[in-house]
Design a protein around this ligand. Sequence first.
Ligand code: SF4
Ligand code: SF4
Ligand code: SF4
Ligand code: SF4
Length: 446
Amino acid sequence: MPIKVAFMQGSSCWGCHQSLLNLHLGLVPVLPELDIVYWPAVVDFKLSSLEARPDKSIDVGFYEGMLRTEHDVHNAKTMRAKCKLLIAFGTCACFGSVHGLANQWSREELLERKFETVESMGEPNDMVNKRDPELTPICESVVNLDRVVKIDAYMPGCPPRKENILGAVAFLIKKDPATMKRDTNVCATCKASPCLLEQGKLCWGSVTAGGCSLMCPGDNLTPCTGCFGKSDKPDAARAAKLKGMLLAKKVGPEDANLVSQFLLLYHGLPTQGSLYLAADPMRKLALGAKMEFTDDVVGASLKTLANNPNYQFSNSNVCGTCDRNGNMNKKMTQIKRNYEGVPDTGECFINQGYVCMGPMTQAGCGAICPNNGNSVCVGCYGPVFGVGEQGARGISTIASLADVDIDDIKSGILDPVGLFYRFTLAASEINKKVNDTHATGGETKQ
Ligand code: SF4
Ligand code: SF4
Ligand code: SF4
Ligand code: SF4
C-alpha cells in the first residue's frame, strides 16, 4: 500500500522543493509508492483539508523552511499532529539557515530597515503601521523546527541534493526482500558446524529473519550480522546464549565493529548524509546520551558498546569526500576573502588562505562546492555529528590553523557571524533563550 505523505512549506525560498522536483524522471519509480495528500507548493490543497484529517493519519511529513511567523508555528504544530513521522526537510528546517542571521537584530529593527529606511524605498513611508492586520503576526525571532515541535528525522542541505532526497524516500518506502521469512530465523537453516556461538564467536542468526540466500555462517567463520532484520520467531536458546556472551564479553575493536554492524543492519538505519533519525540508537550511543536498554539481544548489543572506547561512530565531514583532501597541509599563512584572486582548482582552499567550512561540516553532499564549483564549502549541511556549535568550531579551527597576524584576520573576516554561523545561528545555543521565549510562546514541544 502506498505511504501517505504530506509536504509543508514554512518561511523558505522553496529551494528544497525545487531540489525534489529536480529529480524529474527519477521520481517516476517512487511515485506509485507515495500517496501525496498535501503539497500546496505544487497542487492547490487547502490548509483546511490538512487540518480536517485525523491525527497521525499521514505516514510521513516533510517540513521545509524555518519559522518566522505565527502561521509557520501553526503549520508546524498541525504537521506534527497529523504525521506519524516528521522530517525537517532542508537546512532551514534543521538549523534556520541563512534566515537565522536575522536574529542579530530585533523584529522592530528589521521591519524598520526593510520597510522604512532601506535605500531602495525612495521616500520614507509608514509601511509597518499600515500593515494589513489580516497578515499573520511575525515572531520575535527565527527558529528552526525542533525548537517548536518534536522531530523524528533531519535531512540537511541548502538545498539537500536530489540524490539525498531520493535516498531518504527510498529508505522510507523500502520493502522487505521477497525471500524474507519473519516467522523463522537464520539458525533454522544454518549449516555451520559447530555453531559459531559454541566456538565463542558472536553471531546474531538466532534473532534474524530467515530466508537469506547467503547464509554467512555456513563457512564456519562469518557471523550473521542481521541484514534481514527482526525475526518474529527467534531461536530462544541461542538468543539467550548470545545475550549472555554479549554482556559477559570484553569487547575489543573487532567485536565492537561486528556489534555496530549488527545494530546498523538489523535496524535498517539510513546511511549518513541523507537522513538522520532522532531515535537512531547508534548516534545516541556515540553522543553518550542516556539510554534505556531492552532486556534482549538488541539491548545487550547496545549495552556492550555503551561507553566502550572501541566503539567508533562512522562519521565524516565534507573534507572526507573532497578531492583536495590529500594535499591539505592544515596551515593558513594568509586570510583571503572568497572573491580575492582565482583559487587553484586542486589545492585545498585552506592552504590557499580561503576560509573553507569543510572540516566542521557534515558530509553528505559529496563536497560538491570544492569538487565541482571551485568554491569553498560554506557549511550548508550543518555541523559535523557531535559538534553542537558549527560556528564556534569553525572559529577555533581557523584560529588554530592560521599563522597570521590578528589584524590581518580581522580585516580578512569582516563578518564572522555571517561566515561561521551562516546556516546555524537560529539553532545555536546563543539564540536558544530568545528563540524559546518568542517562537513557541513559552509552550513545550508537542
Ligand atoms: S534550506 Fe536552503 S534551499 Fe531549502 S528552503 Fe531553506 S534556503 Fe531554500
Ligand atoms: S548462531 Fe549463527 S552459527 Fe549458530 S546456528 Fe545460528 S546462524 Fe548458525
Ligand atoms: S578544500 Fe575545504 S573541504 Fe576540501 S579538503 Fe580543504 S578544507 Fe576540506
Ligand atoms: S560543499 Fe559545503 S556548502 Fe557546498 S553543498 Fe556541500 S556542505 Fe553545502
